[in-house]
Design a protein around this ligand. Structure first.
Ligand code: GRF
Length: 213
C-alpha cells in the first residue's frame, strides 16, 4: 500500500511529531512525513525535524497580524508543494479558518490533552487540575473550524492523582499521546476511519485495540 504523505504543524516541543515519525520509520504507521511547518521561529520541533531528516519550514504568523487566511495560504502552499495528503497538528497552538479546512476536508487531525468536550483551549491540563477532576485524558480528533470540536477518533482516560500538578498530569497524559497518536494516524492512513456526522466508525479488524478507557 502506498504510504500517505503527511504534513505536520507544530508550535513547540514536537514530541508527538517525533513519536509519529519514528513509528513510521519502524514501519508501524504507513505514512511518509513530508514536511514540518511551524509558526514559531526557534521551536524545538525544528531540531527534531532535522534529526529525523524531515524538511522543516518556519512561517511566522506575526507579520500576518490578524489576517489568518493570508498566513494559512502560505502554509497550504508549502504543504501542497510537499505533496501532503493528510495534515497532523502536533502541539499546534492556532485555530484554523474554514479556508484551511476546505483545503484538506476531513484530512486534518489534532491531539488535545483532555477528554473533550471538557477543557478545550490552550490550557486543557491546567484547567482539569484546577477544576479538581479525578479523571482527564486525551482526545485525538478530526479538525473542523470549531475550537477542539471535530469528530473524535480516539480518547483515553487518564487518572488525576490527588497531588498532581499541571506538570505531573501532563507527563502522564503525554505517555499515552505518544502511543495513541501514531495509532490514530495509522487508522486514518489505512482508511479505517469513516466519519458519519459527529461520529466516527473505526474498522479495527486485525489491529490490537487499545483498552479504553
Ligand atoms: C500535547 O500535550 C498536545 O496534546 C497538545 O500540546 C502538547 C504538544 O506536545 N496539543 P508536543 O509539542 O507534541 O511535544
Amino acid at each position: 500500500m502506498a504510504r500517505t504523505k503527511v504534513g505536520f504543524l507544530a508550535s513547540g516541543r514536537g514530541s508527538n511529531f517525533q513519536a509519529i515519525a519514528e513509528a513510521a520509520g519502524k514501519g508501524q504507521v504507513p505514512i511518509e512525513p513530508v514536511v514540518l511547518v511551524t509558526n514559531v521561529p526557534g521551536a524545538a520541533a525544528l531540531e527534531r525535524a532535522k534529526a529525523l531528516r524531515v524538511p522543516a519550514v518556519v512561517i511566522d504568523h506575526a507579520p500576518y497580524g490578524k489576517d489568518r487566511e493570508a498566513w494559512e495560504r502560505e502554509v497550504v502552499k508549502v504543504l501542497k508543494n510537499h505533496g501532503a495528503e493528510l495534515v497532523v497538528f502536533a502541539g499546534f497552538m492556532r485555530l484554523v479558518t474554514p479556508y484551511f479546512i476546505g483545503q484538506f476536508p476531513n484530512r486534518v487531525l489534532n491531539i488535545h490533552p483532555s477528554l473533550l468536550p471538557a477543557f478545550p483551549g490552550a490550557h486543557g491540563v491546567k484547567d482539569a487540575v484546577e477544576h479538581g477532576s479525578k479523571v482527564s485524558g486525551l482526545t485525538i480528533h478530526v479538525v473542523d473550524a470549531s475550537l477542539d470540536g471535530g469528530p473524535v477518533i480516539l480518547q483515553k482516560a487518564v487518572p488525576v492523582k490527588d497531588d498532581d500538578t499541571e506538570e505531573t498530569l501532563a507527563a502522564r497524559i503525554l505517555e499515552w499521546e505518544h502511543r495513541l497518536y501514531p495509532l490514530a494516524v495509522r487508522l486514518v492512513a489505512e482508511g479505517r476511519v469513516a466519519i458519519e456526522g459527529r461520529r466516527t466508525r473505526i474498522d479495527w479488524r486485525g489491529i490490537d485495540r487499545p483498552t479504553v478507557p
